[in-house]
Design a protein around this ligand. Structure first.
Ligand SMILES: [Zn+2]
Ligand SMILES: [Zn+2]
Length: 305
């Protein structure tokens, strides 16, 4: 008897992602496309081969990435301990990190928009008030949420990988090098630590918004990973992809006469999501200040002379 191991349809994942790396956009054969599981809540299964790309994870948690991006995502901190980083490399790495995190913020804002439209789309499809093909509208709304959430997971993971590398980086100690243009002795270490602290806090802010959007999906009875309906309102795990429920199903009156509980929950969730997004804007401002301080420190000691 053959193994019951479930092989995801890799070709299906490639097809869905239009045969392009979802991180850098590489499409050619040389990009060596793979499938990669994203999302912190991807269920651990004994039959998952984390070393390869032939993983038994539901396709909703798999993304197409090229070999180069996969290596970056999996790199993690240097096992050998802190590594010295040259000023120009530090600067370009900081810039790339803030750009990626900026993109992640946009992705999270899009996810929030899609998630808060979900209950309405499902409701108008259910009561037939929408004009277009009702089933299609609901299915499109669910698919948009699932896709947006997967994009966010990949974006956040990419930023995590960059931050982990920077955590293990040790800026060179300025030695008053006379050949350089800078003559100030500036220790950029504290600036880097401050930058990392804010960037890490921002990651947590963004993940909190993501979890709120997942609560919305669960509230209307859908799995936040694959978008399939939970088997029952009391099910704590998706029977299709295996994800655990993060929020309760909202009370739903059979006759639809008393939906107050559901609407009240949803409206307060929307308020919280918007407040959280506003909070990320404040954090971004702080991050910009800290990035500037770091860059100025590097310039003062002649990094770009
Ligand atoms: Zn790539
Ligand atoms: Zn699921």
């Amino acid at each position: 008897m053959t193994s019951p191991r479930r092989h995801p349809d890799r070709a299906g994942v490639f097809e869905r992602d239009e045969h392009a790396c979802r991180r850098c956009g590489a499409t050619d054969d040389a990009a060596d496309l793979r499938v990669h599981p994203v999302g912190t809540a991807v269920p651990e299964r004994d039959d998952v081969d984390h070393a390869g790309d032939d993983v038994a994870v539901h396709e909703s948690a798999l993304v197409t990435v090229c070999a180069s991006c996969l290596a970056t995502l999996r790199a993690g901190p240097d096992a050998s301990g802190p590594r010295s980083i040259a000023d120009d490399e530090l600067f370009s790495s900081i810039r790339a990190t803030t750009q990626r995190q900026g993109a992640a913020i946009s992705d999270v804002a899009s996810l929030a928009t899609v998630a808060t439209a979900l209950p309405g789309a499902l409701e108008s499809a259910a009561d037939g008030s929408s004009t277009a093909g009702d089933g299609d509208e609901a299915a499109d709304a669910v698919a948009a949420f699932v896709d947006a959430r997967r994009e966010v997971a990949l974006a956040l993971e990419g930023v995590d990988a960059r931050l982990a590398r920077l955590e293990g980086a040790e800026p060179e100690v300025s030695d008053g090098d006379e050949s350089g243009g800078g003559d100030e002795e500036v220790d950029v270490g504290p600036h880097l630590a401050a930058f990392l602290e804010t960037a890490t806090a921002l990651q947590a802010d963004l993940r909190a918004v993501v979890e709120l959007t997942e609560t919305v999906a669960n509230g209307v009875g859908l799995c936040h990973g694959c978008g399939e309906a939970f088997e029952s309102s009391s099910a704590d795990r998706c029977s299709v992809c295996g994800l655990e429920r993060v929020g309760p199903a909202w009370p739903r009156d059979a006759g639809g006469a008393d939906a107050d509980g559901r609407h009240g929950t949803f409206e307060s969730l929307c308020t919280t999501i918007n407040a959280r997004l506003t909070g990320t804007a404040d954090r971004t401002e702080e991050l910009t200040e800290r990035t500037t301080a770091l860059a100025e420190g590097l310039v003062a000691r002649g990094a770009f002379a």
